[in-house]
Design a protein around this ligand. Structure first.
Ligand SMILES: Nc1ncnc2c1ncn2[C@@H]1O[C@H](COP(=O)(O)OP(=O)(O)OP(=O)(O)O)[C@@H](O)[C@H]1O
Ligand SMILES: [Zn+2]
Length: 819
């Protein structure tokens, strides 16, 4: 499935709102929201045509000039011509200057995309502790969850546009722009419009059917009410038949069944002798139809914002790619292409959006690493970059890893077959509730009415009322609204869930294990202490031996020691017979022929070196959070080195996010217990797993899982692979877009806060989804119960359910407003 549909999200073509020509909505040149509806246009011309506004003085648009591949000097006849970047450019707030610099000779252009991002929260570059003895302090105060999310795109229905979202796709030829083409298609109403109209009619007719109860109980009145209810039902059937079904909608039959059976029961009651029962049945039919229509309208309004944001992201992702040309002297790459596939090479120029997930092959670039990111980061060869990132500086050449619907962002957000809001277990469960369990509840209601000895018509009314109360559009789809919001909130931080299931598991995590080095710690320790423990060697001699032993090692500890020797002008000793013990240290033979051992206490104990003399000092340093490396020559301890690693920015905030979500943070490290405890104290982590050898990390994680916990592991691909692979939920920093990892959650950033947020957010949204479902189901169940035991007439069940639906949607929209 690696290379399905490389052309990007596949969507049915829609007519351009300006000229009517059929276009792919995801590649529309311009997208705008008017009157709460999306409009797609081939070009800005079409947009002006649609708005009935004059086209600004762009004069004869010359496609070649528009493409910007002709030097400005050679187009003197179009002095006012805005030179459009051939592809969308996202100007992010903090980088405005960078982009402006590049385009100073360009006037603000209509065709150039420019989505202003409101910069909510900015990350500053990680601060390195300068003082070696600096205490472990967090460079950043905890960021409250709510505050840390950047602002969403502005969706304004007041003709202030969600400014042009796509970019004109121009033919290379000369006649690409057809400003006013086929007018005949222009006012063709869209299915969604028809659906909205039918809903309004259904509500009006249904409400009339109920209101006419005031006109008494004459057969003719009851008959008229049933007819009105039938009209209302007809509108709902018509809407179901004409409006395309959302992936998160329940089967229309489930929603329509109570509406239609309500009518049948009313008609049945009408032929009976009991006039007031017939009136009640007519009311019930009217209430059900009205409630059903209102519920459909409510859910539409609840998902309006996420739908807009989703469409916005889809449109940003719809950019063409470019294959690099092999002639290195050439200025620009070849034609724009839509069919990039995994493995192919891609070239992205500064200012352009990355069209596919890729791994950088060459180029040292600065990018905004995801859609909506506000802080540029540096990426080099070997780093993954996801589609939707914007290259700020430097030309990027990469190998496509995922394209089309397989792109990291598209997978759970846009692909109808993988959308998390349709497939998440909780969304599935609420649809199943309306599609199946509601029928069981109706049967139970009918049974209790039967036991109470009520008439067949009454029994049928109770059954229909219970069914109608539980099968509402709000109940069926509200959880998917919450899930979608969670996915979108996460995307705004570059957090990518692999699947609906991964999101769900993340929401159930109880323990978050940090692979300490590089995740909570900077992974760049500095030499803080260098001490001799005997009189055999001076400190320079000790450092020379240690550096000699470590000079071929790649461990951060080794790098720190070699670096310290170099900066002090100490020449590493020419040691031989190096052998390295992962997670412990190294042994060797000194140039003088003595046995040398550089490493942790565990290594020295294994080599039968007594460390009793220095025990106290070691404990002292470890209590400060130092990694203590011991040096022994000829089985005697000669010296020790204290290394100080700093906390990564945001480490404390990351822990706070977890604690807030009631997830227990665990520090897993190869370091000594005392050291880990010191780090744990400074971060508020109680649960420490120290002195775990690299080879044992997977087993350690499995042990936690066996103890009944749901474990996520937060770490880096390759460095922490063993632990990540064993986790219930693996969270890989900086891995979004890369191929090899099969992580439940991949981050586009390298920020440990985002790693913590990825599980905390899933927790929070999962909880919100459950609250939403309860708000909708509990009143419905109460109403159904009251009606089933005969305390109130049957119509009260759908009414209670409708009130619940209103509260549910108010809750969802309040959360929207907050996020
Ligand atoms: N090359 C080395 N030289 C000296 N000591 C080493 C070396 N490699 C490991 N050690 C010692 O073993 C300990 C454990 O190392 P390991 O690589 O397992 O974890 P770590 O560096 O502490 O990272 P983490 O905190 O992520 O587990 C180190 O703290 C250090 O004391
Ligand atoms: Zn058009």
């Amino acid at each position: 499935m690696a290379e399905t549909r490389a052309r990007g999200p596949a969507v049915d073509p829609l007519p351009c709102s300006g000229c009517g020509k059929l276009i792919d909505p995801l590649r529309a040149g311009q997208v705008a929201i008017f009157d709460l509806r999306f409009h797609y246009f081939c070009t800005s011309h079409c947009r002006f045509a649609f708005l009935g506004e004059p086209v600004p003085q762009l004069a004869p648009l010359h496609p070649r000039a528009l493409r910007g591949d002709e030097p400005r000097a050679s187009a003197p006849s179009f002095p006012e011509l805005p030179v459009a970047s051939p592809r969308p450019t996202i100007a992010a707030a903090p980088l405005d200057e960078a982009v402006r610099e590049r385009t100073t000779d360009e006037r603000p252009s209509l065709d150039r995309i420019s989505i202003e991002r409101v910069s909510g929260h900015r990350f500053d570059p990680p601060a390195r502790p300068t003082e070696l003895d600096a205490p472990i302090i967090d460079a950043f105060p905890p960021v409250p969850l709510d505050q840390s999310l950047p602002e969403p795109p502005v969706v304004d229905d007041d003709r202030a546009l969600l400014e042009p979202l796509g970019q004109t796709i121009l033919d290379a030829g000369g006649t690409a722009i057809v400003p006013f083409g086929d007018e005949s298609l222009r006012h063709e109403p869209e299915p969604r419009d028809v659906g909205a109209l039918l809903l309004v009619l259904a509500i009006v007719a249904g409400a009339l059917a109920v209101a006419l109860a005031l006109a008494g109980e004459a057969t003719i009145v009851i008959g008229a009410r049933i007819v009105l209810a039938a009209v209302s039902a007809g509108m709902l059937v018509g809407r179901a038949a004409t409006t395309p079904r959302e992936a998160t909608d329940p089967h229309p039959a489930a929603i329509l069944t109570p509406v239609l059976t309500g009518l049948v029961v009313a008609a049945w009651a009408l032929v009976g002798v009991d006039r007031s029962l017939a009136a009640e049945a007519a009311s019930l039919a009217g209430v059900i139809a009205t409630a059903s229509a209102v519920s459909a309208w409510l859910i539409e309004s609840a998902r309006q914002r996420i739908a807009a944001e989703r469409a916005w992201i889809a449109s940003v992702l719809s950019v063409p790619g470019r294959r690099p040309i092999d002639d290195p002297g050439a200025e620009t790459a070849k034609e724009e292409v839509w069919d990039l596939r995994p493995g192919e090479q891609v070239q992205v120029e500064p200012g352009e959006i990355v069209p596919v997930d890729l791994t950088i092959l060459s180029g040292d670039v600065e990018v905004l690493p995801w859609i909506g990111a506000t802080t540029p980061v540096r990426r080099r060869a070997g780093d993954p970059v996801i589609a939707g990132s914007t290259v700020i500086r430097g030309r990027l050449r990469g190998a496509c890893t995922w394209s089309g619907m397989d792109r990291a962002i598209a997978r759970v957000l846009l692909d109808p077959r993988r959308r998390a809001d349709a497939l998440a277990p909780i969304a599935h469960a609420s649809r199943a509730l309306t599609e199946r369990w509601a029928f069981a509840a109706a049967a139970i209601g009918a049974l209790s009415a039967f036991v109470a000895g009520r008439s067949p018509v009454e029994i049928a009314m109770v059954a229909v009322a219970v069914l109608a109360a539980l099968t509402t559009a709000v109940t069926a789809a509200i959880t998917s609204v919450h899930v979608a919001r969670g996915i979108l909130l996460a995307l705004r931080r570059g957090i990518i869930y692999k699947s609906a299931d991964a999101w769900d598991r993340a929401g159930r995590v109880t323990v978050a294990v940090f692979c300490a080095r590089g995740t909570l710690l900077l992974g760049e320790p500095e030499l803080a202490e260098l001490e001799a423990t005997g009189s055999k060697l001076d400190i320079e001699g000790i450092l020379a031996l240690a550096a000699g032993a470590e000079r071929t090692e790649e461990h951060p500890v080794a790098t720190a020691i070699v670096r310290a020797a170099r900066s002090r002008g100490v020449r590493p000793d020419g040691v031989r017979n190096l052998s390295s013990f992962p997670g412990l240290g190294v042994t060797a033979v000194t140039s003088a022929g003595e046995e040398l051992c550089v490493g942790s206490r565990a290594l020295l104990l294994e080599q039968r070196v007594s460390i009793a003399a220095a025990e106290e000092r070691i404990a002292e340093l470890e209590a400060l959070g130092r990694t203590v490396v011991l040096i022994a020559v000829g089985s005697r301890l000669v010296g020790l080195i204290g290394l100080q690693d700093g906390l990564r920015p945001g480490a404390r905030a990351a822990i706070q996010h977890l604690l807030d979500a009631q997830i227990e943070p665990v520090l897993m490290s190869g370091d000594a217990r005392e050291t880990c405890e010191a780090i744990g104290r400074s971060l508020d982590i109680d649960h420490i797993r120290p002195e775990i050898l690299p080879a044992h990390r997977g087993a350690e994680v499995r042990r936690l899982i066996d103890a009944g916990m749901s474990v996520s592991v937060l770490g880096h691909a390759s460095a922490d692979d063993a632990a990540l692979a064993a986790a219930d939920v693996s969270v890989a920093l900086g891995a979004a877009g890369s191929t090899p990892g099969d992580f439940a959650i991949a981050l586009a950033s390298d920020d440990v806060r985002d790693a913590a947020l990825s599980v905390a957010l899933a927790h929070r949204t999962r909880l919100e989804a459950r609250v939403g479902l309860s708000l909708s189901v509990v009143p419905a169940l109460l109403g159904a119960g009251v009606v089933a035991v005969g305390l109130l007439p049957p119509a009260y069940a759908p009414i209670a359910s409708l009130l619940g639906g209103i509260v549910t949607v108010v809750h969802a929209r309040a959360l929207d407003a907050k996020s």
